[in-house]
Design a protein around this ligand. Structure first.
Ligand SMILES: Cc1cc2nc3c(=O)[nH]c(=O)nc-3n(C[C@H](O)[C@H](O)[C@H](O)COP(=O)(O)OP(=O)(O)OC[C@H]3O[C@@H](n4cnc5c(N)ncnc54)[C@H](O)[C@@H]3O)c2cc1C
Length: 282
């Protein structure tokens, strides 16, 4: 198997165009598992770890641009204030070693419905920046980037450059149910973002459908129900209704990690609590 090691972003894009069968790699925490289990046999590996540009992040015109090679550890340490939902999700990923190596770009590349970085990015309307040497850059809303379980719109000559997202304008929550506290794939998860400036709630369900799912009916209910001006807390009945609508939006299956019925129940509880916690933090 050939190993391609571009030294910078331009070289990486050229190598990607010349070797569309090469599998990109950053932390390798998904790629190496696939290689070891014989699930992937690419003709070449495109090692991106020398491409320093992918490790950069910046805020410009009020929007964050975060390179695909930013690890979970760095997201927690450097972006925890601007993106508390993503930082909370990052804290639940794997172990310290996995958080040091694993990247949010890699989570996007894998596009697993259980990817923990995805729900906070959906709830905050992130856009993914893709680039090819032939066509330059394009930005795709995350809900259009992920097209199915482990599928996305990345073309064979494209790489993920970065994601773009606005810094939090209000409280953000991320909750995850697993069979133990660490090193666990989510049974289900839920991300919630309050956008008080727009009087709007963002949501996303993880690990309970073929892709992460935005709970649109729950969002519409919360947007109308919440007392944005007065700040009065939602009633238990309103929180329960919000939880019901989130549970109804899920599309879970029975599998080794949990039953569909359990996932729906748990999502209702996570959603109810997340909204109450976020509202109390305003
Ligand atoms: C023990 C263990 C525990 C884990 N726990 C969790 C967990 O709790 N939650 C969770 O969500 N995940 C978990 N994972 C999965 C994995 O760590 C994450 O998905 C991580 O974000 C992958 O990032 P990476 O940089 O290692 O990606 P890689 O393995 O390098 O790549 C992953 C995919 O993205 C593609 N890719 C990477 N970078 C780019 C790029 N710039 N452009 C285009 N494609 C690219 C690769 O080709 C590949 O398809 C775990 C894995 C292990 C081994």
């Amino acid at each position: 198997m050939e190993l391609l090691q571009p030294e910078d972003w331009q070289e990486a894009l050229e190598a990607r165009a010349e070797h569309p069968g090469a599998l990109p790699l950053w932390g390798g925490t998904d790629v190496m598992v696939d290689l070891n289990f014989g699930r992937a046999r690419p003709e070449a590996i495109l090692d991106l770890t020398r491409v320093r540009e992918l490790e950069e992040w910046e805020q410009r015109d009020g929007v964050l641009r975060v390179g695909a090679g930013v690890s979970y550890t760095r997201a927690i340490a450097e972006l925890g204030t601007a993106l508390p939902g993503l930082a909370a999700a990052s804290r639940t990923v794997g172990s310290p070693q996995i958080r040091n190596r694993g990247t949010i770009g890699g989570n996007l590349g894998s596009s697993s419905p259980a990817g923990d970085a995805l729900p906070p990015l959906y709830a905050s309307d992130a856009e993914i920046e893709l680039e090819s040497s032939a066509r330059g850059t394009r930005r795709v809303p995350i809900g259009e980037f992920v097209t199915g379980p482990k599928r996305n719109v990345l073309e064979p000559d494209e790489l993920i450059a970065a994601f773009h997202v606005s810094p939090a304008s209000g409280p953000q929550q991320f909750s995850k149910v697993g069979t133990r506290n660490a090193m666990v794939i989510a049974v289900c998860s839920f991300a919630l973002t309050l956008h008080p400036d727009e009087r709007r709630v963002g949501t996303c369900i993880g690990s309970a459908g073929p892709t992460p799912i935005v709970a649109s009916d729950a969002e519409a209910f919360a947007n109308g129900m919440l007392d944005w001006d007065g700040g009065g807390a939602p009633t238990e009945g309103d929180l329960a209704r919000f939880g019901e609508l989130v549970a109804a939006a899920a599309s879970p299956i029975d599998d080794v990690r949990g039953s569909a019925a359990y996932r729906r129940h748990a999502l209702g509880v996570l959603a109810r609590r997340s909204l109450a916690w976020a509202w109390s933090e305003r």
